[in-house]
Design a protein around this ligand. Sequence first.
Ligand code: GRF
Length: 206
Amino acid sequence: MMPQKKIGAIVLCSGRGSNFESIAQAAQNGKIPLEILALCSDREQAPVLDRAKRRGIAAYVLNGDRTQRETQLLAYCEKLNPRFLVLAGYMRVLSARVIDAFRSESGYSRITNIHPSLLPAFKGLGGYTQAFNQGAKETGVTVHLVEPELDSGPILAQESFSITDCRSALEVEERGLAIEHRLYPETLAWALTEQFRIEGNRCLRA
Ligand code: GRF
């Protein structure tokens, strides 16, 4: 079998980087057709920067306000020419300027994100904590394409899990993260090849 052509992407992450790690691992093992061209973070102290360096992946900090950060990001994109942006715990909302720079001919954005809830439930920060505090019986994980409205783009994959026996938001998060680390690479494996069609707010695998 011919080796699959790799698709270049820049990964964006604000902090810990456990999703970055699982994606980078899958890419380096050849499980997803992805070449991480760089890791960008909006926080100088983000642990993910070291994770990237340890893997030999270029790591850049985006400084300043949103406009300045995005100008730097677009300059890296100009230089590295990624086909996708992969958001993995990037705690900033991207402006239409960046999203439109990654639009396909048919109109979807080539930017993916992972969100810690079953969207459209529990948008915004702290999805697992929101679910726990509201006494939800179950919550989940969503991988989706990014649109300017927060946590709203077409859904690539979702997986739910029961939280009735969780005694803290931390327990919910631990359960959720274990799913994230499998679901995001699994989803990227087909989503990056763009073998899908969009129906309503769902991306259906072709
Ligand atoms: C994850 O829960 C992800 O779903 C959310 O932010 C968290 C990032 O964690 N968007 P990490 O930096 O990947 O460890």
